[in-house]
Design a binder for this molecule. Structure first.
Ligand code: RTP
Ligand code: MG
Length: 143
């Protein structure tokens, strides 16, 4: 199985709820490694660009407003099959539908405030990692 990188975001609700450490512990306990990490306040343009695939969706304006409502913690997670493994750790988009023991089940309060983002494909991961990090900010631990 291939070692992959994926882009993870701890969203403003979880940062505000003081759950950064608890969520990062989930990744580390599952064997994913942090290759990059930073806290940033997204601008409206940054949030719109990041979620551009959803720009025609009715929830797009509220998604952008939420993602800019406070700082986020963005990280590159690395490991075998990291993209799907991170999505499995996150759980379903709607926390009411998320399986027990997942991050969204345990930390999210609504579909619109759902604790974390994770890249959903290899193509997304490549784009999203580069959206936030330059090559010299990523410290691979698998080479
Ligand atoms: P994310 O991109 O944040 O990891 O979430 P996801 O893949 O699980 O879900 P996606 O379909 O990409 O949607 C992006 C974010 O938009 C909000 N959303 N609201 N029906 C709704 O009101 C609705 N659908 C999606 C969620 O906050 C979701 O995380
Ligand atoms: Mg998505």
């Amino acid at each position: 199985m291939a070692v992959e990188q994926t882009l993870s975001i701890i969203k403003p609700d979880s940062v505000g709820d003081n759950n950064i450490g608890a969520i990062i512990a989930r990744f580390e306990e599952a064997g994913l490694r942090l290759a990059a990490l930073k806290m940033i306040q997204l601008t409206k343009a940054q949030a719109e660009g990041f979620y551009a695939e959803h720009k025609e969706r009715p929830f797009f304006p509220s998604l952008v407003e939420f993602m800019t409502s406070g700082p986020v913690c963005v990280q590159v997670l690395e490991g075998e099959n990291a993209i799907v493994r991170n999505r499995d750790l996150m759980g379903a988009t709607n926390p009411e539908e998320a399986a027990e023991g997942t991050i969204r089940r345990d930390f999210a309060t609504a579909v619109s405030a759902n604790a974390v983002h994770g890249s959903d494909s290899a193509e997304s991961a490549k784009r999203e990692v580069a959206y936030f990090f330059s090559a010299d900010e990523i410290h691979t631990r698998w080479a």
